[in-house]
Design a binder for this molecule. Structure first.
Ligand SMILES: [Zn+2]
Ligand SMILES: [Zn+2]
Length: 110
């Protein structure tokens, strides 16, 4: 998502925020994954989401995922913001993308 007051004609890296923790996603230097409609999840949130999903620490519920915009009943992970919800499929897909990033060990939450 974009920071409040972002000029749509002139979006800066610092204006792109992680939908899940509201921190500057790209500016921190970690890889991020973009979803639909400008949604972004940063590597930090993705690693937490991935661990929660693979260890089944998440509940199955009907929810609309901000990354793929699909509404389904599935295990979901929620970020700090109320509307920030990512489905299991997106977590797995996104983590597959980051695994190809050689110099970032996203799988170990700091
Ligand atoms: Zn984040
Ligand atoms: Zn999804």
């Amino acid at each position: 998502m974009h920071r409040d007051g972002t000029d749509p004609e002139n979006v800066q890296l610092e204006d792109i925020l992680c939908d899940f923790c509201s921190e500057a996603a790209w500016a921190a230097g970690s890889p991020c994954i973009e979803g639909h409609r400008g949604s972004v999840i940063c590597g930090k949130c993705l690693s937490v989401a991935f661990v929660s999903i693979v260890t089944c620490k998440v509940e199955e519920q009907e929810a609309e995922c901000v990354m793929c915009l699909e509404k389904r009943t599935t295990p979901v992970w929620k970020g700090l913001r109320e509307e920030a919800i990512i489905c299991r499929r997106c977590v797995k897909q996104s983590s597959g993308v980051l695994q190809k990033s050689p110099d970032y060990d996203w799988s170990k939450p700091s």
